[in-house]
Design a protein around this ligand. Sequence first.
Ligand SMILES: [Zn+2]
Length: 390
Amino acid sequence: MVKRNGAQAELRHRNLALVLRALAAGENLTRATIAAEVGLTRATVSTLVDELLAAGLLEERGAQRPGTVGRPGTALALAAAGPAGIGAEVGVDHLAVCVVDLRGDLRCRSECPADNRGRPAAAVLAELAELIGRVAKEAAGMDLRPVGTTVAVPGLVGQDRGTVLRAPNLGWEDVDVATALGPGTTVVENEANLGALAELWLGGHDRLADFVHVSAEIGIGAALIVEGRLFRGARGFAGELGHVPVRPDGPLCSCGAHGCLETFAGEEALLRAAGAGTPRALRTAAAGGDPAAIAALAGAGQALGVALSGAVNLLDPQAVVVGGPLADLAPWLLPGVRAELAARVTDRRWRPQDVVTSRLGRDGVLRGAAYSSVRAVLDDPAAWIHTPER
Ligand SMILES: [Zn+2]
């Protein structure tokens, strides 16, 4: 009997998540349309919806759906108040924090310039904690209650998801971020992984579940989404596209090998080739028709295309998504990327338009971080409903 009740409770928990996720994916759903979509009876869905309403995870919109046969349904939506997620970003030259609600909408955001390269990690984290505190206070004023914080870092994160094992651009090694910021509620994640997850969850793509996401800050970051999940690899460092060889006899890379993608398309190589001081200056020069900037970007796009053709032939993804700061340079990078892919991908069904630019802009990683905290509630609402301190 106990066993049966356990199984029933588990089923109910799963169904609560099913209903909540249907609402996260669709708009203007009613109890009836949810029932049709998730394959449960209307009565079951009504009970589940009532429980989610009582917990404050949903709200009724009141709007009726015209033309519905029988009793008109009330449109339901994820709650705009209540559980929320905090995202934090440690960049080499800035700190940023934001809060998103259950719907993934950005509710508050704060950023400050900071020279984090080589600064003691404790000092960086103390400043970040202060920024998080300020933004959390602002969120509380909007009736939002953060359930957790996800910190995006440009480095390799330990299996415990709390420690940064190595972040060369910050000069960090074995930094316990979770303990410094709030153990139990803080998770650390690689920024490239969060950029890809943001694209999966918030990118506005229709049924995109298998893709390679490429972004760049100082190095080249990439991450793989396979069957709707982040593919981390056996040791957690999948996605190191920047160190895929493009020309084995090419220039020496920071990793010790020769001719990696990063030596052709990394920020440093790109700026040197273009004779530009900053990425912003590079973009301005390219937009103004500067031949050196345009040639440098074309070369980087070609190198990127060569490296990506290996990934595409190996993995057969639906798409390659170019995001982060690289998205700003897409008009000059993409022709080279597409030409190389067209020449090298063996499946003739691959099309140039399968390389797409992210619409999330520079906040993709930060929003992805905040939303990954919220996902914990969407994936297991029962656990959140039964949290004693809620
Ligand atoms: Zn390398």
